[in-house]
Design a protein around this ligand. Structure first.
Ligand SMILES: [Zn+2]
Length: 407
């Protein structure tokens, strides 16, 4: 059923594309015949390719028909937008070769203005990115960034896409630097077209810090993390990196100072942050202050995850009754299904064989529940860049299954 619907959609798309092409060719030809800018070659070629397209269509050869109509398109100032729109439709359909042919065809025409040529270059660069031909895209975009006034910022934004795809974080940082400097010169913020350039630069610096960490160069990693704080002093990723670095350097006090900035930043607590806090407290004083740290955190942010962690630590240090009393009090002030489930679970603890135990265990588990706020991608771990939509830092912790099903 689903497949049928999908095929029907594809046929409809093909039909729409062909109608668009026929109309575009007819419009271009009419304008040309009306004496408006069309060269002799176009006028001579047009009818034969146009009718060839119809023959392919009648024979049911839609792909050849699309090619014939594409070749028949006249290029002039009046049909430029049609070419650009068609190329864009083809690119989005995954027919990148055809889109490239359309845009390369545009660039051969001498009658286009400089702005129109730049626009065609930009479209061609987008085709190359879609095709994974990053070297060719980079060359076009670098030229555009220098030569074009209208498309300079757009070209630089696409250069970021190219460098991100190639994981060339140094080159990406340089482009972000340029975008920020240009915006500051013009008295604007560098947020046009997507995420703020400062936020992107922060992540490019953290990527370089992570790479330095992997090669065992902690000092360089620390410099990159510190540089990432320049634009965003409370940046979660850089603060987490610095806390881990301080911890491995044997300085838990400094690690806790970084963690306190995270606590005060209002970012949601996650299992990875709890693990970091637990590690810091373990090094600092053998874990004896973990409960106090959790209480400090819970006073700032009353999430179910923190309530359950706090109850677990209370049980360890002061016994089951203290943990239960805390959870019951939490239920009256901050009603939460997972806290209630945890209480039921504690009542069931004497018998591991009860079937409901497994259900409650799963529901109170904090192991899953990350979701992208931009595209809805879900996963069990945090990604700094969403694998679905490629946005940075758009994936947030949503809690376990119960938290998600009850908002
Ligand atoms: Zn996403």
């Amino acid at each position: 059923m689903l497949r049928l619907r999908k095929e029907a959609g594809l046929i409809l798309n093909n039909a729409l594309l062909l109608v668009l092409l026929v109309l575009a060719v007819a419009a271009g030809w009419t304008l040309g015949r009306g004496g408006l800018r069309m060269d002799g070659a176009d006028r001579a070629q047009l009818p034969s390719q146009y009718y060839r397209g119809f023959n392919f269509l009648l024979d049911g050869e839609e792909d050849d028909a699309v090619d014939a109509f594409t070749e028949a398109l006249a290029v002039n100032e009046d049909t430029l937008d049609t070419h650009i729109a068609l190329g864009s439709v083809l690119r989005k359909r995954g027919e990148v070769d055809r889109a490239i042919r359309i845009h390369q065809n545009l660039l051969k025409r001498p009658q286009l203005t400089a702005v129109q040529l730049h626009q065609s270059h930009l479209e061609l660069a987008r085709d190359f990115i879609a095709a994974g031909l990053y070297d060719r895209a980079e060359q076009l975009l670098s030229d555009l960034a220098v030569q074009s006034t209208e498309f300079s910022v757009t070209a630089q934004r696409h250069l970021l896409d190219v460098h991100e795809a190639q994981r060339d974080w140094l080159a990406a940082t340089e482009i972000a630097d340029q975008l920020i400097a240009q915006a500051e010169e013009g008295g604007q913020s560098a947020t046009a077209q997507g995420q703020p350039a400062q936020q992107l630069r922060g992540h490019y610096l953290c990527e370089q810090a992570d790479a330095a960490l992997e090669s065992g160069d902690d000092a360089t990693a620390g410099e990159f993390y510190a540089a990432a704080l320049r634009d965003q002093n409370q940046d979660l990723r850089a603060r987490m990196g610095l806390a881990r670095l301080c911890l491995s350097a044997g300085d838990p006090e400094a690690a806790l100072a970084h963690f306190r900035v995270i606590m005060g930043s209002g970012r949601n607590c996650t299992p990875e942050l709890l693990a970091l806090l637990s590690d810091i407290c373990a090094v600092k004083d053998g874990g004896s202050q973990y409960l106090a740290a959790l209480e400090e955190y819970y006073a700032l942010q009353s999430s179910s995850l923190l309530a359950l962690a706090l109850a677990g630590e209370l049980e360890k240090q002061r016994g089951l009754a203290a943990a239960e009393a805390f959870l019951r009090e939490t239920l009256t002030t901050h009603p939460s299904v997972s806290v209630a489930a945890s209480l039921v679970l504690q009542g069931l603890q004497s018998d591991d064989s009860l079937p409901e135990r497994e259900v409650f265990d799963r529901l109170t588990s904090a192991a899953e529940g990350y979701q992208c706020g931009h595209c809805g991608f879900t996963g069990k771990a945090r990604h700094w860049r969403c694998p679905g939509c490629r946005h940075w830092d758009s994936i947030h912790y949503r809690g376990g299954a119960l938290e998600q099903s009850h908002g």
